[in-house]
Design a binder for this molecule. Sequence first.
Ligand SMILES: Nc1ncnc2c1ncn2[C@@H]1O[C@H](COP(=O)(O)OP(=O)(O)OP(=O)(O)O)[C@@H](O)[C@H]1O
Ligand SMILES: [Mg+2]
Length: 236
Amino acid sequence: MLKMNNISKIYQTEMVQTHALRDFTLQVDEGEFIAVTGPSGSGKTTFLNIAGMLEPFSEGEYLLDGIDVGKLNDNQRADVRNQKIGFIFQGFNLIPDLNLYENIEVPLRYRGIKASERKRRIEQCLEQVGLASRAKHLPQQLSGGQQQRVAIARALAGEPRFLLADEPTGNLDSLMARQVMELLEQINRDGATIVMVTHDPELARRAPRNIQVVDGQLADFTLYQGAQTIKSAAGA
Ligand SMILES: Nc1ncnc2c1ncn2[C@@H]1O[C@H](COP(=O)(O)OP(=O)(O)OP(=O)(O)O)[C@@H](O)[C@H]1O
Ligand SMILES: [Mg+2]
């Protein structure tokens, strides 16, 4: 589904040049659920933003379902993103003066989806995240975990095959974090491919595949799956 070959991303500001990703190579297959861990500033969000086509990259090749993303113009990129990708951002990114229904509706309006279909999808997604009775509430009238579920519903309403989540449990206590994780697991069983950045080792362990980003690159053991097991078998 996703193939990145030697992707590099350099941020150039007045004073410094930051190599946020260097020679980043990764393949994600359809149906996978991957947890991404790594130190703060290591490039996790940069990787997700590039995977979600929210940011250009400096070098390398990125294929999504065989489409060469680097060769698309802005409109084509937006089309592919709208068709395939859902994004759950670091923080909730809800619009404070819109109610839940309207928050989920915004990206659907952008896509030109007609009102009856918008209604169907919004009701279905609110149901799925257990907030059907709260459609008229404002974000501030909800708990952190509920707000995070709205953010998930908003991503799901686009019916994405590929869901990118940047610390979807970052602001939640452990019980709510587990509930959000269960919701993501359900979404994965329903067929979406998920890449989730997390700082929570317990949640990362629950994901079938873990990768670690260190200094803009995949850590070695993630390149050689099973290396960890070999190491621990050797008593290292
Ligand atoms: N817009 C930007 N301009 C300049 N530098 C940036 C920009 N965005 C990110 N960076 C730099 O790129 C590096 C990677 O940042 P990134 O946000 O990907 O880290 P992260 O792994 O998501 O960290 P965290 O766990 O704290 O969210 C950091 O050194 C950061 O300062
Ligand atoms: Mg980040």
